[in-house]
Design a protein around this ligand. Structure first.
Ligand code: PMP
Length: 332
């Protein structure tokens, strides 16, 4: 029987979708892992699931316990839904610049939401530091205990991809995958999937797709964590080596400006029926760059992280695009 046992069991085992235009353009087979089909709507359901299950196994969560996290939104949605399904509560600290849709969704899922000014990581009031401090403070008074999920440095995140995303891609491609590429938020998806795939195929090519001017590209090309870019993408563009990124080696780093991935995003919708978020489109553009570098005949997998509904007020909104000096397609 093909029955999944509740929300947690419904996370993962997402299909691989062949991306027609990207494959034709490059002579490669470019496949997108359909993470937007996870029950909470994003790749971060995997991290949320494993963070909570691992904490339960360690005895760090008791019924009615409070899970605290800083998140661009998707991890929070995953955590809130797993918490609903397993009897916990969630308190989410989110940078105020994230899309209204994700904030509304978090409240709908029962999370208590605190918006935080969007400050750089080195500022002590950056949302990640605020989340940690809030968890420590509340631990003194919460009757049923507090779990600080800490997706950045908690290795349950990377392990989620070593245990699930990597093996799924390997099996779904019958081991024919030649390259894997995606962007980095915490780095759990890229580092975990790369670790598993490399354990199966030593010479698999691992690519990084970074928003233009973000720090990871500079790190993997020059060893410097400097950044000088602004991108409308959300949830990606990491500025430090998180615990989950430690030890990751990248063979092919690329940077992708908003003006390159936006047309890909609109094409995915208009020509393939895929309504994708910005990081998914940026990943597909990264896969195209990797395919062109590797040459025709290769199989390259990337990640379709979440769906476009979460950004309707942003990159699917002409006013927003105009305010960022980005081109508006005729049909929008
Ligand atoms: N895309 C989106 C939309 C995200 O929310 C995130 C996570 N913040 C990522 C990509 C990156 O995933 P990871 O944290 O595994 O690097």
């Amino acid at each position: 029987m093909q029955i999944r046992d509740g929300f947690v069991d419904a996370v993962g085992n997402t299909p691989l979708i062949k991306l027609k235009k990207a494959s034709e353009e490059t002579g490669c087979t470019i496949l997108g892992k359909a993470e937007f089909l996870n029950p909470g709507g994003s790749v971060k359901d995997r991290a949320a699931k494993h963070i909570i299950l691992d904490a339960e196994e360690r005895g760090d969560l008791e019924p009615g316990g409070l899970i605290v996290e800083g998140t661009a939104g998707n991890t929070g949605i995953g955590l809130a839904l797993v918490a609903d399904a397993r009897g916990y509560r969630t308190l989410i600290i989110i940078p105020e610049t994230q899309s209204q849709e994700k904030k509304d969704m978090l409240r709908l899922c029962g999370a208590q939401l605190r918006e935080n000014p969007a400050l750089p990581y080195k500022n002590p009031d950056n949302y990640v530091h605020v989340a940690k401090r809030t968890a420590e403070e509340l631990a003194k008074t919460e009757k049923h205990g507090v779990l600080y999920a800490n997706q950045w440095d908690n290795l349950s995140n990377r392990n989620a991809h070593i245990r699930s995303t990597g093996p799924e891609i390997w099996e779904q491609t019958n081991g024919t995958v030649d390259g894997f590429i995606c962007a980095v938020g915490t780095g759990g998806t890229l580092a975990g999937t790369a670790e598993y795939l490399r354990s199966k195929k030593k010479d698999i090519v691992i690519g990084l797709a970074d928003p233009m001017g973000a720090a990871m590209f500079n790190y993997f090309t020059k060893g410097e964590l400097s950044s000088d870019g602004t991108s409308i993408t959300e949830g990606i563009g990491q500025g430090r080596i998180t615990g989950n990124l430690e030890g990751l080696a990248v063979d092919e780093p690329f940077q992708v400006p908003d003006t390159e991935w936006l047309p890909v995003c609109f094409d995915l919708l208009k020509h393939e029926g895929l309504l994708m978020g910005g990081s998914a489109a940026l990943n597909v553009m990264g896969a195209i760059k990797l395919a062109k570098k590797m040459g025709p005949g290769h199989t390259i997998v990337t990640v379709l992280c979440d769906g476009g509904q979460r950004y309707q007020s942003k990159m699917f909104n002409p006013e927003f695009l105009k305010s960022k000096d980005l081109p508006v397609p005729d049909w929008l």
